[in-house]
Write a protein that binds this ligand. Structure first.
Ligand SMILES: Cc1cc2nc3c(=O)[nH]c(=O)nc-3n(C[C@H](O)[C@H](O)[C@H](O)COP(=O)(O)O)c2cc1C
Length: 323
């Protein structure tokens, strides 16, 4: 395996999705392989204390690397080798033949998260079967719910999130609410990606500022911010929940990230987009409530919650450090 061949493909590898768009992955080329690891500076220790989203993002990155290499005609495979202490999930290695996948680099470039209005209408059964089968092939399950059934849980989860000073501080560090921010084209969540107008972006920056937030938090800011996203699920659409196998270990969560990537690419190909709502499974109370609603025995098995559908307008392209 020639490191130069892989390095040339890095801008496409980096199109993988990650929570808060931190792009936590690292690629170290050595001894004819490329080690996939993570940089703790780009993890989210407060919002993601168990590392669930970190590992899902690393799995999505791995799948993206394999698809991009296959599309370039490179015979590259993945050898899992999870090591928490060394912050490593495995290696891209030379293989006998290119990775078998229906997806292309075009799919990787076209996919994006969509925090945009969605056209009303439930997910077509055939589309749901496609994503459900991708989960089942890996020993997981995908369940679906009508959006409105989760509207109350989303409100509670948002209130919890914006009411937690440490979570809010961490989120603020990844917000890029002005194009003048020097990191605007590199990472994080931009005003464009969050679909905020100029005044809304300025307002959000002001209320979350280290000076204003502690004060406003006490006079109902979390309730106000949660209420502003209340309408998000108040329409005729679907939410998908990825449920991992019982007792899924860390390396299993990496594998689930690969499944998630395949699902999001399959949906994107079919003209759909996804809007992750991880806050519902970040807060212990709403995670437990969702598990009860879905009749899932262990809330820790809930790995991802996304609103899904046909976007009413094209979602913007997000920033990347490697372009
Ligand atoms: C594991 C994981 C969790 C995520 N959770 C959320 C979330 O709770 N809310 C949200 O708006 N986006 C969430 N996202 C989407 C990321 O913010 C998004 O992937 C990133 O900003 C890059 O944008 P892109 O997907 O359009 O390339 C999540 C993504 C991943 C991979």
């Amino acid at each position: 395996m020639n490191p130069g061949d892989l390095r040339a493909l890095e801008p496409d590898f980096w199109r993988a999705p990650s929570a808060h768009n931190t792009q936590p992955w690292t690629l170290r080329y050595r001894d004819g392989s490329a080690e996939i690891g993570w940089d703790p500076a780009y993890a989210l220790p407060v919002a993601d204390p168990t590392g669930r989203d970190l590992r899902l993002g690393l799995g999505a990155f791995t799948e993206t690397c394999l698809i991009v290499c296959a599309d370039a005609g490179l015979a590259v495979g993945f050898r899992p080798d999870y090591d928490q202490a060394r912050r490593r999930i495995g290696h891209l290695v030379a293989a006998d033949e290119p990775y078998r996948t229906p997806f292309t680099v075009g799919d990787v470039r076209a996919r994006r998260s969509g925090r945009v209005p969605y056209r009303p209408g439930r997910l077509d059964d055939a589309v749901f079967r496609t994503v459900a089968e991708l989960a089942e092939a890996a020993g997981a399950r995908t369940l679906r719910l009508p959006c409105r059934r989760l509207a109350g849980l989303l409100y509670d989860a948002d209130r919890h999130m914006f009411g937690d000073p440490a979570v809010t501080r961490e989120l603020r560090a990844w917000l890029r609410l002005s194009p003048r921010d020097p990191r605007y084209d590199r990472d994080g969540l931009t005003d464009r990606a969050l679909r905020l107008g100029r005044a809304e972006a300025l307002g959000l920056r002001a209320v979350l500022s280290p000076r204003a937030y502690p004060l406003l938090r006490r006079v109902g800011l979390p309730r106000l911010l949660a209420a502003s996203s209340r309408g998000l699920l108040d329409y005729d659409g679907d939410v998908l929940v990825l449920v991992g196998p019982a007792g899924c270990p860390p390396e299993g969560q990496v594998a689930m990230g690969r499944v998630l990537m395949r699902q999001w690419l399959a949906l994107s190909r079919l003209g759909h987009t996804t809007h992750p709502l991880s806050q519902i499974i970040d807060a212990p109370a709403t995670r437990a409530a969702l598990a009860r609603l879905l009749d899932v025995d262990d809330p820790a098995r809930l790995l991802s919650v996304v609103r899904v559908g046909r976007p009413a307008e094209p979602p913007p392209r997000s920033a990347r450090r490697v372009r």
